[in-house]
Design a protein around this ligand. Structure first.
Ligand code: ZN
Length: 276
């Protein structure tokens, strides 16, 4: 059984057990029993090498890669124009408007728009990503009045449960812990996902093992990431699992993870990601 067939069989089982969206250990055991042990071992081996290219990964051809890069560069120019914080919550329509109104960005071409549209509507299960898709509209927008800006982080959180949870974590764990990534709209998720793919020769499957494709990220609806001060970019790596902050998060019961270790959703272990 090749990886895609194997993952499809996992998905059909997980869809009925309700595994997607949260981790259910009983369901995971059912799945482990239902799939061949060797296939499961293969899958786990591939996931422990999530940042490497795998034999049946989906990789863009030369023309598509060129389009990916021009779309990505235009999105980067939008980000420079509107600022990092605002870009996190910018809608697709607004990104297009900025392109139209600022000559320093330039209009998105028809081909770029088609590329972004197709990428958004592509079924990520084919990449090997088995998470749910909480945002199904490319043009979904986020209301500013629902957000609160978190000082000195450049990030926003939704008012209500996500913000309360963040304050609670800071109160219990101290100021060493801080918000590393909050609300991310579709456009922000695009820039992250496409940057990862561009840095890896247009390998969309590889990108999806670290970053949810646009539409599939729970950052759009409330989840957020935390890190430990001083750790920088390593907050998004396995090193975070060894920090005091991470063990305290676990002790205090905050690690009800969206993507736990050895998850069957095709996503690397993310102990910094707080599910709301
Ligand atoms: Zn996250």
């Amino acid at each position: 059984m090749n990886r895609r067939t194997f993952l499809k069989s996992i998905f059909s089982i997980s869809a009925c057990t309700g595994l997607c969206g949260f981790y259910d250990f009983a369901a995971a055991e059912d799945i482990s029993r239902a799939v061949d042990e060797k296939d499961l071992k293969d899958y786990l081996h591939r996931m422990s090498n999530f940042d490497k290219s795998q034999p049946d990964d989906i990789i863009l051809d030369k023309n598509e890669l060129r389009l990916l890069k021009s779309s990505l560069n235009r999105l980067r120019r939008v980000q420079r124009t509107v600022g990092f914080g605002n870009f996190c919550v910018l809608s697709f329509d607004d990104a297009i408007k900025f392109g139209r109104n600022y000559s320093s960005i330039g209009r998105f071409t028809k081909q770029e728009l088609d590329f972004l549209d197709n990428t958004f509507h592509f079924d990520a299960h084919d990449y090997g990503f088995y998470g749910e898709k909480p945002v199904t509209r490319l043009t979904a927008s986020i209301k500013r009045k629902d957000l609160i800006k978190i000082p000195r982080t450049g990030n926003f959180l939704y008012r209500g449960d996500p913000h309360s949870k963040y304050l609670e974590i800071r109160k219990e764990l101290g100021k060493q812990v801080y918000l590393t990534s909050g609300v991310r709209g579709v456009v922000k998720q695009f820039i992250l996902f496409l940057s990862k793919a561009a840095a890896n020769g247009g390998n969309l499957s590889l990108a999806s093992r670290s970053l949810a494709p646009p539409g599939y990220s729970y950052h759009a609806v409330g989840d957020f990431d935390v890190g430990e001060k001083g750790l920088g970019a390593a907050n998004f790596s396995a090193s975070f699992a060894k920090t005091k902050t991470c063990s305290k998060l676990r002790e205090h019961g905050y690690l009800q993870l969206r993507y736990p270790e050895n998850n069957l959703l095709g996503v690397r272990f993310e102990p910094w990601h707080i599910k709301v």
